[in-house]
Write a protein of this length. Sequence first.
Length: 227
Amino acid sequence: MVKFGKYERSTKKYLLRRLLRCGICGRAMQRQAHAKRIYYFCNKSAANKETSCPVGERFYEDDLERIVRNDMMEKLHLLVDADDRYQEAVTGMDGTEENLRFRLEQTEKRLKQISVNRVSTYERYAEGRLERDIYLAERDKLNAEADTLTADKQHLEQELISLSRSQNRELKESADMAREILSADQITNEMLLMFIDRVNVFSGMRVEIIYRFSDIIAEAINTTQEQ
């Protein structure tokens, strides 16, 4: 305990430490612990009654904790779900990245060879060394094979994109941290700070939570939320 005048203030790291900000002025919300029910308030409103800040409003700690905790837990579940979906996508693929790239390379080589064969077949036909019926049959055969290989190429490229996403190190590490927090017995301030930058508090108990998610993580969460 640290003494301030006649009061004693706990040095315990309370859940929302370093997170709460007034949504209007951006100042850190003041915590009033010397009350039957701990609350926060904007210190600017205490000195300036004409401010747009929430003048005289008390934001009770237990209410804020519940809102922030529930919202973060929801986001973490979505993050884990996004990672699980990507891992399932990998499981349904035909092979590893090395295998997929090898097959893509072979497919592209064969498409180039078909292109060469098309030119060669036409030249033989134009020079009179190949009858028309035979030329048309070979041309159609080459065109059909090219169409199949083009579809295969597109499929392989899409699988490589999905595999790349699933192997995203940032997504995997964030999802692993999320799993640890979701399985923890108690949520701590350190856990909140891993994922939350700040919590803006507005009049009427409106709360805006600003997460530390990168664009990649935010996109994965939003995609999962929409599905």
